[in-house]
Ligand binder design. Structure first.
Ligand code: URP
Ligand code: ZN
Ligand code: ZN
Length: 468
């Protein structure tokens, strides 16, 4: 069995920082030894391959709990395949994604999961797992979720938005939550009042307000918070846990705070775009704002402080990317003259670890919280811990040797995502994944990609590890 020692770095997990060497045997972490200890010396002399981590952090590979590779949406498909998207994730220090298998209308949930399994099989650079999107909530699809939970698809997303596409009404959401309460599934909700939003969309278009910035204006913060409130009450009635995806509005965070202060199993996720971008981007001249069209939408800049605070207080506990890229040319431009036809979604899977590290550099969060929100908590939330999300004996050797001083500029010219623009074009960040191991294999090292499609394996998940 191949043995690798990662030596000289500062091991940072969600719970501690320790100057230690890490021994990897095969695909797993075998042991940690304090720097300079007898054990560490014996490893150094054992002939094991050494990865020099001096001056670097040694952190768990990132766990991105919300991606959409090859997702059909708005008359097109998100531009990253499982091959290109997981490769880009690896470049950025993410070693596990949880993607969303879509139940097509009139089809079984199982058919959607099978389809996504087939798309991913043999193509991924890093490990992957699935949630499922429920588009047709009825007795038959809910019955299916029992078996899927047993097989490792343990969370289901429901949409209060997008009437006529993914939308479920309150009765359907309540039924899905009741099923989750009995079979252990985590219910994930896209909390926006889609029925009300559609009225405002229609009115805006009728008045000639067709530019991308109106996407943000009609998808009002109050309609996010109203839906969040409703989702919480439905979860209380059902006695089920609730995970609210891509929270962007201060008012929605306030609903989560209230729920969490009551001790409810209610969890919130936000994404880098809400922490770093704003309606100023949606209002960029010409059609440029289309690059930033996603739902929930970007909010005025003043919301960002509230999201950061909620991340510090754990009222938001996960940062995922909601990576759902559409090219500016040929995809986003489906919405020229009608913002409601712009495919919703933004690229980001490659930059999450660096953007959150930038928040460490700027003093918004500390290093352990960085790892907690980007690695450990998503792993626990989605039943992957401790194989994923930490550095401890027995865990998968998904490890990033992270250079905290490397400065670089985010740009479409240099990123690896299969999309023709960067939402962060020209942004300078400090910190970068230098060496990335996925289950013991070096997949990225010093600017070279050494991975391969098919190395990544499907990981069945256990149920949410936070429930009380
Ligand atoms: O705009 C977004 N978020 N697109 C992806 C689908 C979703 O709602 O997560
Ligand atoms: Zn959504
Ligand atoms: Zn999404």
């Amino acid at each position: 069995m191949e043995r690798t020692v990662i030596s000289g770095g500062l091991v940072v997990t969600a719970s501690e920082e320790v100057e230690a060497d890490v021994l990897v045997e095969g695909e797993r972490i075998a042991a940690l030894a304090l720097r300079g200890s007898e054990t560490a010396r014996s490893w150094a002399e054992s002939g094991a391959r050494t990865v020099d981590a001096a001056g670097h952090y040694v952190v768990p590979g990132g766990v991105d709990g919300h991606t959409h590779m090859e997702m059909p949406f708005g008359g097109t498909y998100s531009a990253d395949t499982f091959e290109t998207g997981t490769r880009a994730a690896a470049w950025g220090g993410t070693t596990t994604i949880v993607d969303f298998a879509v139940q097509g209308r009139g089809r079984s949930v199982r058919a959607g999961v099978d389809e996504w399994m087939a798309k991913a099989e043999g193509r991924c650079a890093i490990d992957y797992a699935f949630h499922a999107i429920l588009s047709d909530v009825d007795e038959s699809s809910l019955r299916e979720t029992d078996a899927l939970v047993d097989e490792g698809v343990t969370s289901f997303k429901l949409f209060m938005a997008y009437p006529g596409v993914f939308y479920s009404d309150d009765g359907q959401i309540l039924r899905a939550m009741q099923r989750g309460a009995s079979n252990g599934a985590l219910t994930m909700v896209h909390a926006e009042n889609g029925i009300a939003i559609d009225v405002l969309v229609e009115q805006a278009l009728a008045e000639g307000r067709t530019d991308p910035r109106h996407h943000g204006e009609v998808r009002k913060a109050l309609l996010e918070s109203e839906a969040t409130h409703r989702a919480v009450q439905l979860a209380r009635v059902a006695g089920s846990p609730l995970y609210v995806v891509h929270v962007s509005a201060r008012e929605a965070v306030e609903e989560l705070v209230r729920a969490r202060d009551m001790g409810l199993n209610v969890f919130g996720e936000t994404c880098p775009q809400y922490l770093f971008l704003s309606t100023d981007n949606l209002a960029e001249p010409g059609f440029e704002g289309a690059k930033y069209v996603c739902s929930t939408p970007l909010r005025p800049r003043e919301h960002q402080e509230h999201l950061w605070r909620a991340l510090r207080t754990n009222d938001l506990s996960v940062v995922s990317t909601d990576h759902c890229p559409f090219c500016f040319s040929g995809q986003k431009d489906l919405g020229v003259g009608d913002f409601s036809k712009i495919p919703n979604g933004m690229p980001g899977v490659e930059h999450r670890m660096d953007l959150l590290h930038q928040a460490v550099v700027e003093g918004r969060i500390d290093r352990r919280r960085w790892i907690e929100i980007a690695c450990a908590t998503p792993a626990r939330m989605f039943g992957l811990y401790p194989s994923k999300g930490t550095i401890s004996p027995g865990a998968d050797a998904d490890i990033v040797v992270y250079d905290p001083r490397a400065e670089h500029v985010l740009s479409a010219a240099t990123h690896h995502m299969n999309v023709d623009y960067s939402a962060y074009e020209g942004r300078r960040v400090t910190g970068r994944a230098r060496t990335v191991l996925s289950r013991g294999r070096v997949v990225v090292d010093g600017g070279a990609y050494l991975g391969e499609a098919g190395h990544g394996r499907y990981v069945p998940r256990s149920t949410c590890q936070y429930l009380i």
